[in-house]
Design a protein around this ligand. Structure first.
Ligand SMILES: *Cc1c(COP(=O)(O)O)cnc(C)c1O
Length: 355
């Protein structure tokens, strides 16, 4: 197959850049968007050539299947700029592969890997000045695909749009979160779409999360849908538990998303001499560990926040606090991963990809 090159990607530049209106010292997360986006249409049975166009609203037919049947998937990744103005991505091929795993499950046609990767590189070249350099900040990248094809018939659409937008973002800092262990609602089920980054997975999480918030928690810990005995994810992040000096995380499954941060943390921890175990963790084990003092840390892992520490959890009306650690695995691993992402240290794993 002929691979796509930069020359194949048509570029239409904006006439009115918003760059000068953005305060790079006060960036929220994913609130301002850069000047351009990559768009690529699927029609007549194939993906057409991607183009870079000014960031702008999209017009869709009211019968577009995204609105009715929810064929929609996305990815989340980041680009970083170092002090030499070199631009880096973090394990981008993993996002390409996962997007296509999600696509397959949602009956969406897979995107050629080079359309995504070369398209993204071309977009980053154009948006280079939008990549923040302040400590902890980055250009958040949101690739997504949705069904734009028309018709109320409940079947896969015949047309799709693949778009990549970017948003310069400050450090994602939410503070420590208090979480509620959820035993009524489920994020995902056996045989379902939990392993895919499907928009609908998020829609289904909002209501139980609202209920948890009303009770004073910031986030939900999802348990398995059958028994609710096993810990699966923390909101839309993978979850890690430190018992004594061992770092535990659940194996991925068709209910648990295969997070790139999760697998990077596992590799990094091993390299740092931290003992890791990938195995199912029971809620009762967590409660027991909290009671006997062996529960040292708990944190979520995902691209946006990298690592999000958990201060305590609620379970069946009881609250359990996780004591502050002087030298937490969370801060050690977060710093290691950010240093690799931003080219501050060497990258023994070959994760960084220079633009
Ligand atoms: C995106 C996501 C994650 C984290 O994946 P990363 O690749 O680390 O960003 C974890 N769980 C769910 C449900 C997600 O949607």
């Amino acid at each position: 197959m002929a691979t796509l090159t930069k020359k194949d990607i048509k570029l239409t530049r904006t006439e009115t850049s918003k760059l000068s209106t953005v305060d790079f010292n006060n960036l929220a997360f994913g609130q301002v968007f850069s000047d351009h986006m990559l768009t690529c249409d699927y029609k007549d049975g194939k993906w057409q050539l991607p183009e870079i166009v000014p960031y702008s609203p999209i017009t869709l037919d009211p019968s577009a299947k995204i609105f009715h049947y929810g064929q929609s998937i996305f990815e989340g990744m980041k680009a970083y700029k170092d002090s030499n103005n070199d631009v880096f991505m973090f394990r981008p091929l993993e996002n390409v592969k996962r997007l296509n795993i999600s696509a397959k499950r949602l009956a969406i046609p897979e995107v050629p890997e080079d359309y995504f990767l070369e398209g993204l590189k071309a977009l980053l070249e154009v948006e280079k000045d939008w990549i923040p350099t302040n400590e902890g900040s980055s250009l958040y990248i949101r690739p997504f695909i949705f069904a734009s094809g028309k018709g109320f018939h409940a079947s896969p659409a015949d047309e799709y749009k693949f778009i990549i937008c970017t948003a310069p973002s400050g450090a994602y800092f939410s503070g420590k979160v208090n979480v509620l262990i959820e035993e009524t609602y489920s994020r995902s089920a056996n045989g379902g779409v939990g392993f895919a980054k499907a928009g609908g997975n998020y829609a289904g999480q909002f209501y139980p999360t609202q209920l948890a918030k009303a009770k004073g928690y910031q986030q939900v810990i999802w348990t398995d849908d059958t028994t609710h005995e096993f810990i699966e994810e923390a909101g839309a992040m993978n979850v890690f538990i430190r018992i004594n000096d061992t770092l535990l995380t659940s194996p991925v499954s068709d209910r648990i998303l295969d997070g790139i941060t999760r697998k990077s943390i596992l590799q990094l921890a091993e390299a740092e001499g931290i003992k890791t175990e990938v195995r199912k963790v029971k809620v009762s084990e967590l409660v027991e560990a909290s009671k006997n003092g062996s529960l040292k840390e708990m944190f979520g892992a995902g691209t946006a926040a990298v690592i999000s520490p958990i201060s305590g959890f609620g379970f069946r009306g009881e609250d359990f606090e996780i004591p502050e650690q002087d030298q937490s695995f969370a801060s050690q691993l977060k710093q290691r991963i950010i240093n690799i992402q931003t080219n501050k240290t060497e990258d023994p794993f070959g994760w960084r990809v220079k633009l």
